[in-house]
Design a protein around this ligand. Structure first.
Ligand code: ATP
Ligand code: MG
Length: 361
């Protein structure tokens, strides 16, 4: 392991530890926190979202923590040419949230696309002046996404979307952000921006909190192709709303390896370990115990068990989603209500920001 890798691992371990402490405090003092979290409307949610982030959101929601869920529609334009499905995807994501147990009727949960909140987007301008080009170029997640997208020409939105994300989080002064591991560099940038803004414009009366990441127990679910993050864009995901037959067909094609006997060895056999972990997330049994049960049953048995576990685990979610789908007017109203609240909150923050920057007439 190189020195840089050791340092990165050390930082990651410290983040995991902080996330654990935050977790403890959240259940004691839910009123101290405001959660900001979100997704890009590039498709429906997959099981990586469910285990990596969505379940955490539902849990916090159930603790009574105020939750803002941003649907980052502008961010779709960073690496996609097509925009014809954006609004449909916004509605489909909202269905996924509602089916997973997010319930906006509690008056503490708001779902909105960021394009509907001009006050939020306006924060991008001062924030862009607080970071350097070099910092934006170094972001490892952006680098990885550029590589995965296969794009030849990269637009400036791709390099600056982490700053936009800082606006998503800070416009409502979110102080807890449940995320997967890929988002940690972005969140660090948000913390830097909050700190620099406060230091420069409001040293005596800080405007922004430094938000903390909340990692789930499984901060990085790999795709069915084994080697990389499960992602909407990489054709390697099981969508939550897939039918049971679609789920079976996807899993049939999942990558395994040449050894028949099933063991749980994440380093040596990452593809097998990933499939075992997915079963474990559904059933609560340890991956080791599941591997021992399958043993000589090989990849075929492993895939069969995974298909059954996921289909069973998702059955209530899928049922509820189908029911909700018949009431799209309600879904639309949820989004418009969320946007209205986000604008109220954003207006108040922008007033403070304007005053701090000495731009108030
Ligand atoms: P896209 O491919 O369009 O970027 P995505 O699948 O990466 O889509 P995002 O909308 O970018 O999904 O991510 C939303 C949230 O879900 C983030 O907090 C991210 O960390 C989390 N997340 C996404 N994929 C995974 C995964 N495979 N494992 C754990 N968390 C994930
Ligand atoms: Mg992504």
């Amino acid at each position: 392991m190189s020195d840089t890798e050791k340092m990165e691992l050390g930082t990651y371990e410290a983040t995991v530890e902080r996330s654990r402490k935050l977790e403890e405090d959240l259940s004691v003092h839910p009123e101290k926190y405001r959660v900001l979290t979100g997704d890009r409307p590039t498709g429906r949610l997959h099981i990586g979202h469910l285990f990596g982030s969505l379940q955490n959101r539902v849990r916090l929601h159930n603790l009574g923590v105020e939750t803002f869920i941003v649907i980052a529609d502008y961010q779709v334009l960073t690496d996609r040419d097509s925009f014809d499905k954006i609004s449909e995807n916004v509605r489909q994501l909202t269905l996924d949230y509602l089916a997973a147990g997010i319930d906006p009727t509690d008056g503490k949960t708001f779902i909105f696309p960021h394009s509907y909140v001009p006050e939020l987007n306006q924060l991008l301008l001062p924030f862009l002046t607080l970071v350097s080009n070099a910092e934006l170029n170094r972001n490892p997640t952006v680098k990885e996404e550029i590589q995965a997208s296969g794009l030849k020409s990269i637009n400036a939105g791709m390099y600056t979307y982490p700053v936009h994300q800082a606006a998503d989080i800070l416009f409502c002064k979110g102080n807890v952000v449940p995320v997967g591991k890929d988002q940690l560099p972005h969140l660090e940038l948000t913390r830097v921006i909050a700190r620099r803004f406060n230091d420069k414009f409001a040293p005596n009366n800080p405007v922004f909190p430094e938000p903390q990441p909340l990692l789930s127990k499984s901060p990085m679910i790999l795709g069915l192709d084994g080697g990389q993050k499960m992602s909407k864009s990489r054709n390697n995901a099981i969508m939550l709303s897939a039918t049971e037959d679609e789920t079976a067909a996807l899993i049939k094609k999942a990558k395994t390896d040449a050894e028949r006997f099933i063991t749980y060895e994440p380093e040596r056999r990452p593809e097998i370990a990933n499939l075992l972990s997915l079963i474990s997330m559904c059933t609560g049994e340890t991956p080791e115990a599941i591997a021992a049960k399958i043993g000589n049953g090989g990849g075929g048995q492993l895939k069969k068990m995974l298909t059954e576990s996921i289909n069973e685990y998702l059955r209530p979610f899928r049922q509820k989603r189908i029911e909700l789908e018949s009431n799209m007017d309600y879904v639309r109203q949820v989004i418009l209500n969320g946007a209205q609240k986000a604008r109220e909150v954003g207006t108040a923050t922008l007033e403070e920001v304007r005053a701090a920057m000495n731009m108030k007439i």
